[in-house]
Design a protein around this ligand. Sequence first.
Ligand code: PEP
Ligand code: MN
Length: 343
Amino acid sequence: MIVMKEGATRDQVDAVVERVESVGAAAHVSQGEVLTVVGAIGDRERIANLDLAGAPGVDRVVPISKPYKLASKQFKHGASTIVEVDGCKVGGTNFAMIAGPCTVESREQLLSTADAVKAGGASMLRGGAYKPRTSPYSFQGLGDEGLRLLREAKEMTGLPIVTELMDARDLEPVLEVADVIQVGARNMQNYSLLAEIGRSGRPVLLKRGLAAQVEELLMASEYVLKEGNDQVMLCERGIRTFETATRFTLDIMAIPVIKELSHLPVVVDPSHAAGRRDLVLPLSLAAAAAGADGIIVEVHHDPDAAICDGPQAVPADRFGDYVEQVRRVSELVGKEISRPEFA
Ligand code: PEP
Ligand code: MN
């Protein structure tokens, strides 16, 4: 990591980038409010031999010891990355409330849920068109028709859309609708998919794998960042433990732990962790209190009729109260719920 001096010129930064690239390394420039940092990724020795510490405009050269580089806290000098989607911010003092059905099931289901989450204070609308189901015999999502309905919901509400991409072959149609591409837990280590999404430049919600360590999650994010896309949110959604009382165990500690290691925002999914709607509120409050930058929660206008994940869905008519309670806790830790420009 090459830290430029305060007031270093554009030419000086460009010269550093050129020298880094001259030894076959990649240069990632991060322009902070005060400081510019050039991340050099390549052969450590060849980069060291450039002796960039003495180059014009360079303040110092700091080796990053962690295996993840661009995701590391050091890379941004302690500053937080703020992901911005249609004026809705995630990270820093901004808290995002992403809500909607697990799966797009029908026009009526999606539009009525979308209306309710907008009225209740959501920042973005979630909904899967392509679903990673444990059983190949379960409903796999509406696919293209689901994307079309999501577009309609976006036009109707103005809420940005978060939807999952499972297969790189669907990237193009998903890019037409998704303001944020969700990478599901089961695809966290699908590295070619991550690189493809990185190249698209679209904001990403990267879910932690069911049995992935924090470091593995950060390494996965590195695949997106490496392609020049720093609009990445990391999502804790519960992990496998020996405990069987709940579907997964929400790793609340992962929030402060990731924040200590990385500048990327952390979003929590209480729905999939718990698998039960009565646990969604307490887990959400705990997540907000622990410093999460947002929540992604499943909401359904008629949970009993849901095709997928009904037992964990917050009923749409209770969503406003739920948001209000989470808002109070997020305020206590100095965060404000950020909503898109219409709000
Ligand atoms: C989802 O968000 O609907 C989902 C399938 O989540 P996960 O990938 O975390 O299981
Ligand atoms: Mn779900």
